[in-house]
Write a protein that binds this ligand. Structure first.
Ligand code: WT7
Length: 635
């Protein structure tokens, strides 16, 4: 993959201008020079943003796994593609070469085919962070099946919703997973989920923990015996540029999770290009992203981006606090990590612990350190820069989304001067704009506005699975002709962007994007609850935590409040997952509502944050008296 030949900010601006003036030429060159195609494209891009239609590299034929794996075999078959670092530091790390990966993916692809999985079928993957997760995901891509990886922390009901939405035919899971000193019974969760899903005919089970599991006759099979007899040779499926590669679910502000669909060629080009340039990747680097493959960060920057560049990428099964808070730093030292990419919530959690944990390790191998998932506050930024990067490694604060497929706004290391809490400048090819309340583009600097993107880029999601109208409504109708990110941003005097957070009803907790609506739905199902509203409030470690305002039914009024709080959180945990549990619950008799019935969340947000005035205009409220009552209850 080619690197920008940019040495300083002036050259960046020159390159950037070129990419805006002639986007087709810009992407055409990147796509031609860095990949193997079965057939070239006729058009670089074909789009109509008003209709939410985007196509890249039309008519081109390609297979992403040929580009991730086969292409590297001649020159670097023995190079390590994946380092697997197990949860337990006493268990030996595995080094999987490109040759090994080729063999494992080919066999897995043949197993899937034998199980009747065809091009276009959906495969749900619910696995811990073990090599099989990477292998299964790539095997789907190899045969043209659409993978839907579901983060293995989601509850049975959340997995079921996702399986049903995309009608997966098969599930790949494991007997269990390790996380710190806990084991998680993944197979049991799948069994429960599948009581609701008729579409799943086959479950393949990886052995990891040797937990006893129930195997349902005719449906469940252990994976290893199938792999043992699988053929070694697999011819990759020839895919159209716009064939779906995967579905990945993300929360919306309302309704069920959105199955974002990413397609083959554009996603490939975009993740490869951004990986190379944002991380300043060079041959022989060892790159580590601490995310889970169940999130977009893991898809794009543990798997596809690094492998497309023939890099060595780390898969870490564990957590930063096990066996103690030096685990991350120990791993960096052990594998000589050159690029480290993590989330502000992890940085804040580690910064709270003694400095000894990090200072024991020189961390001299590091070159670039990255942050992703939510705004990084100034204190965390400095801690990261001082104690991990030693003020020597540029901090790349990378802004992007599940929907964007890859990094959009980020410093380019050694080129863009960093500024704490600023994601800084758009990558070449990306055209952000700030919009004011009247939906006009704001031209000047030193302003805040709604962040939109006004020209398509290859990595943009193409639709929501099964609901193109919702895709159009969510992303292309607030500001017609532009992609609306849902984020607000500030642009400073030199044009640097600082993301200020969501302007919709999504709260980012520990880097996880949580829609308030599904959590409210879960709470409302409790028999004692009449209605509820969730908002986020600032939290030292998690970035944001959840605050719930709950109205009880008359029958609920008699109940013990502490028990109710426990039950409500259990309900949330069952339906969504423990990540969505509320830090605080306040019982109220009403919620501030507008005449159209919309809860005025900004008021609740202020109260949750402990701010009791400056509520702004509350004249449109149907029940302004409730504000005082809620305030009193909180104080
Ligand atoms: C939302 C997207 C991108 C992969 C992980 C999250 C927030 C993400 C940053 C950043 C400020 C950020 C935004 C965005 N966000 N990165 N560097 N600075 N905010 O993907 O779950 O789709 O969430 O995360 O609010 O819209 P996601």
């Amino acid at each position: 993959m080619s690197r920008y030949k940019i040495n300083n900010l002036e050259e960046y601006f020159k390159e950037y201008k070129k990419s805006v003036r002639e986007p087709k030429k810009f992407w055409d060159k990147i796509a031609s020079e860095n990949f193997t195609w079965y057939q070239q494209w006729d058009k670089v891009v074909d789009f109509n943003l008003a209709e939410a239609e985007v196509k890249w590299f039309t008519e081109a034929k390609v297979n992403i796994t040929k580009n991730c794996i086969d292409r590297h075999l001649a020159k670097k078959g023995d190079k390590t593609a994946i380092i697997f670092e197990p949860n337990d530091p006493a268990e030996e790390a595995q080094h999987i070469s490109y040759n090994d990966l080729h063999l494992r993916v080919s066999k897995m692809a043949n197993v899937l085919k034998e199980q009747g999985v065809n091009k276009g079928d959906r495969v749900c993957i619910y696995l811990p962070m073990i090599p099989e997760l990477a292998v299964a995901t790539l095997a789907c891509a190899r045969i043209g099946a659409i993978h839907s990886v579901v983060f293995a922390g989601f509850s049975a009901s959340a997995v079921a919703t996702r399986i049903k939405d995309s009608e997966c035919k098969i599930v790949i899971t494991s007997d269990g997973g390790y996380r710190g000193n806990k084991t998680i019974d993944l197979k049991e969760i799948i069994d429960e989920a599948l009581t609701e899903c008729d579409c799943v005919k086959t479950v393949l089970v990886v052995k990891r923990t040797n937990n006893a599991v129930t195997m349902k006759e005719g449906r469940d099979q252990w994976l290893q015996p199938l792999l043992d007899v699988a053929l070694e040779n697999n011819v990759a499926e020839i895919m159209d540029a716009e064939d779906p590669l995967f579905i990945l679910y993300t929360s919306g502000s309302t309704g069920k999770p959105k199955g974002m669909v990413h397609t083959t060629a554009g996603y490939m080009v975009y993740t490869a290009y951004t990986f190379k340039n944002v991380f300043n990747y060079e041959e022989n680097d060892v790159y580590w992203c601490t995310a889970d493959i169940g999130w977009i960060t893991g898809h794009s920057y543990i798997l596809y981006g690094p492998l497309l560049n023939g890099a060595t990428t780390v898969i870490f099964e564990g957590v930063p606090s096990y066996p103690d808070y030096s685990r991350f730093w120990e791993i960096i030292e052990k594998h000589h990590i050159t690029q480290f990419y993590t989330a502000p919530t992890a940085i804040r959690a580690l910064a709270k612990e003694s400095l000894d944990y990090v200072q024991k390790f020189p961390l001299k191998s590091l070159k670039v350190i990255g942050s992703v998932g939510e705004p990084i506050n100034e204190e965390a930024w400095h801690w990261y820069n001082d104690h991990v990067g030693d003020k020597r490694c540029p901090v790349v604060d990378t802004w992007w989304q599940t929907e964007t497929g890859g990094i959009m706004i980020s410093p380019i290391p050694f080129v863009t001067p960093t500024k704490p809490t600023y994601a800084t400048l758009p990558l070449p090819g990306i055209q952000p704009v700030l919009m004011d309340e009247k939906r006009n583009e704001i031209e000047e600097n030193q302003v805040v506005g709604s962040l939109c993107i006004k020209f398509p880029w290859p990595g943009i999601a193409r639709t929501i699975w099964g609901d193109h109208q919702r895709y159009k409504d969510t992303y292309f109708s607030a500001f017609p002709g532009k992609y609306f990110t849902g984020d607000g941003a500030l642009r400073d005097e030199v044009g640097y962007y600082r993301i200020t957070g969501r302007v919709d009803d999504v709260v980012i907790v520990s880097g996880h994007n949580l829609g308030t609506a599904p959590i409210e739905d879960a709470i409302n199902e409790h028999p004692a609850v009449a209605e509820s509203a969730i908002v986020g409030f600032p939290h030292d470690v998690k970035g944001n935590a959840l605050y719930g305002f709950v109205i009880l039914k008359e029958t609920g009024e008699q109940r013990d409040r502490n028990n109710l709080i426990k039950e409500i959180n259990q309900q949330i945990s069952n339906q969504i997952g423990p990540i969505a549990k509320l830090d605080k619950i306040q019982f109220v008799s009403g919620l501030p509502k507008t005449r159209s019935g919309k809860i005025m969340r900004r008021i609740l947000r202020k109260i949750a944050e402990g701010e009791f005035d400056n509520f702004g205009d509350i004249t449109t409220l149907l029940n302004p008296e409730i504000v005082e009552e809620i305030k009193q209850g909180k104080i």
